[in-house]
Write a protein that binds this ligand. Sequence first.
Ligand code: SAH
Ligand code: SF4
Length: 409
Amino acid sequence: MTDILSLDRPARPASRPAALQEMPSLIGLTREEMGKALAAVGVADRQVKMRVSQLWHWLYVRGVSDFDHMTNVSKDMRETLKRHFTIARPEVVEEQISTDGTRKWLLRFPARGAGRPVEIETVYIPEEGRGTLCISSQVGCTLTCSFCHTGTQKLVRNLTAEEILAQLLLARDRLGDFPDRDTPPGTIAPAEGRKVSNVVMMGMGEPLYNFESVKTALLIATDGDGLSLSKRRVTLSTSGIVPEIYRTGEEIGVMLAISLHAVRDDLRDMLVPINKKYPLKDLMEACRAYPGLSNARRITFEYVMLEGVNDSLEDAKELVKLLKGVPAKINLIPFNPWPGTNYQCSSWEQIETFADFINAAGYASPIRTPRGRDILAACGQLKSESERMRKVDRMAFEAMMIANHGADD
Ligand code: SAH
Ligand code: SF4
């Protein structure tokens, strides 16, 4: 237990100097936007395209966060860029490492307009042969799924494309994941090649209620001349915003995950209230129409296991019926409790019975091992600092989690 409670790492100093906070960032712009931004500060028209390519490489292949590291950009040009733009990383307020290797960063982004600085959480989950980064899209959420901790926090604001992308850049920095550059002070040495190979938009917020920024960020993350993540290794999870599911397929083309959680409208209305607006029939129609589906490219259906609520064999049978004809995998998520919730996680036996039935019907149905529970990094446990439990409460909660689940589950 001592181990877990002593996981907090000392806060790092702000990586973005206060004077730069108001400067626009070059990160998170499309090539076209970046070209316009450069032209606006006097870069000659004939040079714009070349400069954009140069910057793109430095920002997204080499991962630099300091203009002076752009060695093939003339000193004059670097000075111009420094006067007008920032490429600094967000401030890391806190970094926690779970006993299972999961890492959680609390990041602070500067105020936008009249607003205040905001804080969000990003989680890295190392697994055998891959590492998954769970990215947030909003501060809080407008939706109020009854089993979700984030859903208890009001929406503060959407994250910008820069802020969504910054989570990936920061994680790659901290994991020593950018090639060909000096390791910056404070970097965590990569543990035998563990790196960010996969990205899931499953952190705080509903990504499809922040469509434009999520789209820009994901298109940059999957750009072949930059961060180069394969679209097959990027998954966007939605509670089911039907019109934007169609747009995601057409305009972004990443893998889709649906937070299903119930197979009947009456129950889903309660668990995932957006179901009242986009009921199961419409949701499943959008799923069937998702482009490029095949056995190798399936939709993930997330299903949180809530004791006595949605975990009966009858539910499992209806689930199989509902998904008929859709290339699907079903991700069973043991409910992650949080202080104040009335739900309980289904028993392991019940989860296995449920999983066995679905497996027998031909669907892969991995049970998602809860990760990073001791640092409140598991699904639905993310909340920003402004709304987090007071430290004492948190420690009591962590102790309760260990007592209930053991330190390693
Ligand atoms: N808003 C998006 C993405 C973020 S939530 C969405 O709802 O899909 C990521 C996943 O965690 C979703 O499937 C969500 O339903 C699930 N989740 C939320 N709270 C949870 C909890 N307490 N325990 C387990 N899973 C939870
Ligand atoms: Fe928002 Fe997703 Fe949580 Fe629902 S499950 S409240 S959509 S973050």
